[in-house]
Design a protein around this ligand. Structure first.
Ligand SMILES: NC(=O)c1ccc[n+]([C@@H]2O[C@H](COP(=O)([O-])OP(=O)(O)OC[C@H]3O[C@@H](n4cnc5c(N)ncnc54)[C@H](OP(=O)(O)O)[C@@H]3O)[C@@H](O)[C@H]2O)c1
Length: 237
């Protein structure tokens, strides 16, 4: 074999073995820019999992200087910033702060999120959010929280899982399921793939109003239910 042909063969072999080692979202050409707003018990592992899958992540909070350990763990696919930068950078914003912050986040950064997929993982709590919690739960947190972020492609997902489910996505050998609700079918499909990237098993529940059926206190909320059990509970074939 002549030298240029041999070199081309070696380079092609190296490139294909590097491709094979690349994380799935990179290999499959679907890596997204993810803006984590909030990087605590839930936002931390979600961002780390998505970076490991090949997405580019900005972790944010009111104190981004404290997020260096997460950035180091997710290297080279993460940075830390204030929330406006995360919202600006993102294709997909993940709201991982307590919902008591949503009014302020919507007011200050909502314009930066317009037209983008915004995932709400929240579970309002009476002791933290106050009496408004009962009103939000009565209407369903999906439609209630979406009002703080008009013009976004709003998706409710990941509120039914606990931080430990990202480290161990199996319960009794069966993958933990994740119901997803949105009025934007294409956005729901994007989130479905992100849920798979996190090692969990997605179930599209239907429009945003159906999030009420998997809010806090329902039979499929933080019980480690499988996708099959979620389909049965929601009456989805
Ligand atoms: N923990 C669970 O088991 C669980 C399960 C499912 C869903 N959820 C939901 O997930 C969300 C996050 O819960 P968590 O347990 O991860 O809370 P957490 O550990 O207290 O983390 C909250 C994060 O949000 C940041 N933050 C708070 N207010 C902010 C603001 N105004 N602007 C920007 N960043 C802000 C905090 O950082 P700074 O204070 O430094 O800004 C922190 O990084 C909540 O909606 C919760 O209901 C939690």
């Amino acid at each position: 074999m002549r030298a240029p042909a041999l070199l081309a063969l070696v380079l092609a072999t190296v490139a294909s073995s590097l491709d094979a080692q690349a994380p799935p979202a990179v290999r499959e050409g679907r890596a997204l820019r993810i803006g984590m707003i909030g990087a605590g018990a839930m936002g931390g592992p979600i961002g780390l999992g998505l970076a490991a899958a090949g997405h580019q992540v900005v972790f944010s909070s009111r104190n981004p200087g404290e997020l260096l350990p997460l950035v180091q763990q997710a290297a080279p696919r993460a940075t830390a910033a204030y929330s406006d930068a995360a919202a600006y950078f993102a294709d997909v914003v993940i709201l991982a702060t307590p919902p008591v912050a949503f009014e302020q986040l919507g007011r200050d950064y909502g314009a930066l999120m317009r037209g983008k997929i915004v995932i709400d993982i929240s579970n309002p709590r009476l002791d933290r959010e106050g009496p408004i919690t009962n009103e939000w739960l009565a209407r369903g947190t999906g439609v209630s929280m979406a009002e703080f972020f008009p013009g976004t492609r709003f998706v409710k997902a990941l509120n039914t899982v606990a931080p430990r489910d990202f480290a161990n996505p199996l319960r009794n050998g069966v993958r933990v399921g994740v119901p997803i609700a949105s009025d934007d079918a294409e956005a729901a499909r994007v989130v479905m793939q992100l849920v798979r990237d996190l090692g969990l098993d997605p179930v599209i529940a239907g429009p945003l109003a159906r999030a009420k059926e998997f809010d806090r206190g329902t039979s499929i909320w933080e019980t480690g239910a499988s996708a099959q059990a979620i389909r049965e509970a929601l009456g989805i074939r």
